[in-house]
Design a protein around this ligand. Structure first.
Ligand SMILES: [Zn+2]
Length: 423
């Protein structure tokens, strides 16, 4: 059966009769998951709400102001899953979520146009396509396995937009199954068990395509197509993938993306205090300058580590335990310090990183002491680490508890050792 939404894809409201209404346990999508609820499957004599097909997702809409939870085609019928029941024979008014439908018609018709021109002029055939919430893509391949070049993509974009400017008409004709004309049109094959009349969508002078979806009336309603990028398909089962994905925006999405880009550009202009034409140069300079500053900082911190080691070396007598933290430093700081200090009887507790958050620490000293002390300090500072020889190092998540770790080390070192062999 050809549905009302297929006969007139620009119809937004439609009055029809309830054919049947059955109470069921229905699985409906809720926030990305499926939930089973008690609901009613309502069949109408006809429907202006489009069920999924031709790569186009099902509509969103209402029956008598009640939201339809799921719209799906089952054989000849469109099943509307509703929260409340309807009486058989009752007149009901369907309403289409028009903004969503029109966007999808633009993406869907855009895909028809890109697929047809990519095939006719560039010899890339379409194997599938995806209508995403933000961006759509078409999976294409060529006999040679080549991926579309940037120049071809620009050329394809130019040709499809030329067709849009010409406002080429789009028509839908219905043929009986077995009509010889059907052998001349593009198709990915009819669904298994398909019966009844076949719809052929014709973009005049561009293509004939078997499709059950909803389409624009002429290409002018597409407004524009922007081809975004090409990405080679990932290898499948160890075999190289010959296909590639062509990402595109059609219609209102071109303007929405432009709007987003302009907003981002104006935020960058405010941050960089420069004109958009200079953004790239300025960010490039900032990145280089940041790299240089970072290099300089590391160099200065290495010098600080050497000076900190000098400060320790002049201490007399040497303490049993020495603690040092540097918030700006990298782990390298601790290694430089230890190398400069050399072999000592002192136990060192060194750390770097956010004093209220995460960082790195090293305990350096007698390996037998570290075997016991390492895990204790790790637990206090919320970290994971390992020891080797005189060094126990760890990544820690809570440097705020550094004073507690210091106290624990002090206590450990001052507790009389009862079994000398143990340490
Ligand atoms: Zn279509």
């Amino acid at each position: 059966m050809i549905l009302c939404c297929q006969r007139d894809s620009f119809k937004t409201e439609f009055t029809t009769k309830v054919k049947s209404c059955k109470e069921v346990a229905a699985s409906i999508p809720v926030g990305g998951k499926k939930e089973t609820i008690q609901a009613y499957e309502v069949l109408l004599e006809d429907s202006v709400l489009f069920p999924e097909g031709g790569g186009q997702p099902s509509d969103h809409g209402w029956i008598d102001e009640e939201e339809v939870l799921v719209i799906e085609r089952r054989g000849e019928d469109v099943v509307h899953t509703m929260k409340k029941p309807f009486s058989v024979g009752q007149d009901v008014k369907q309403k289409v979520d028009w903004d969503l439908r029109f966007d999808r018609m633009q993406q869907h018709t855009g895909q028809h146009l890109i697929t047809a021109i990519a095939d006719k002029q560039f010899k890339y055939s379409t194997t599938s396509w995806w209508l995403g919430d933000k961006v759509c893509h078409i999976e294409l391949e060529s006999a040679s396995g080549n991926v579309m070049t940037d120049a071809e993509m620009k050329d394809l974009e130019r040709v499809v937009n030329e067709k849009i400017r010409e406002a080429t008409p789009i028509s839908v004709n219905v043929y009986e199954e077995g009509d010889p004309h059907l052998t001349t049109v593009r198709t990915r094959g009819l669904p298994d068990g398909f019966k009844g009349p076949v719809r052929v969508v014709t973009i005049t002078g561009v293509e004939d395509n078997m499709c059950c979806g909803t389409h624009l009336k002429h290409l002018g309603q597409l407004q524009a197509i922007k081809l975004l990028s090409v990405e080679r398909g990932k290898a499948r089962g160890g075999k190289p993938n010959r296909s590639f994905f062509l990402y595109f925006l059609a219609g209102g999405r071109v303007l929405s993306r432009l709007d987003e880009s302009l907003q981002r550009e104006s935020q960058l202009t405010a941050l960089l205090k420069n004109s958009p034409a200079d953004h790239v140069d300025l960010v490039d300079k900032l990145q280089k300058s940041y790299k240089q500053c970072s290099k300089n900082l590391q160099s200065v911190l290495r010098n600080v580590a050497v000076m900190e080691a000098e400060k320790f070396k002049v201490l007399e007598p040497k303490p049993k335990f020495y603690s040092l933290h540097r918030k700006e430093a990298e782990p390298d700081f601790m290694s430089v310090f230890l190398t400069e200090v050399g072999s000592q009887d002192t136990l060192f507790f060194l750390s770097v990183g956010d004093p209220n958050g995460s960082g790195n620490m090293i305990l350096f000293g007698d390996s037998k002491i570290l075997e016991k002390l390492g895990p204790i300090v790790c637990e206090i500072l919320g970290g994971k680490g390992a020891g080797k020889g005189q060094r126990f190092q760890a990544k820690v998540s809570n440097l705020k508890r550094r004073p507690d770790a210091e106290a624990a080390i002090e206590q450990f070192l001052t507790t009389p050792v009862t079994d000398a062999n143990e340490l």
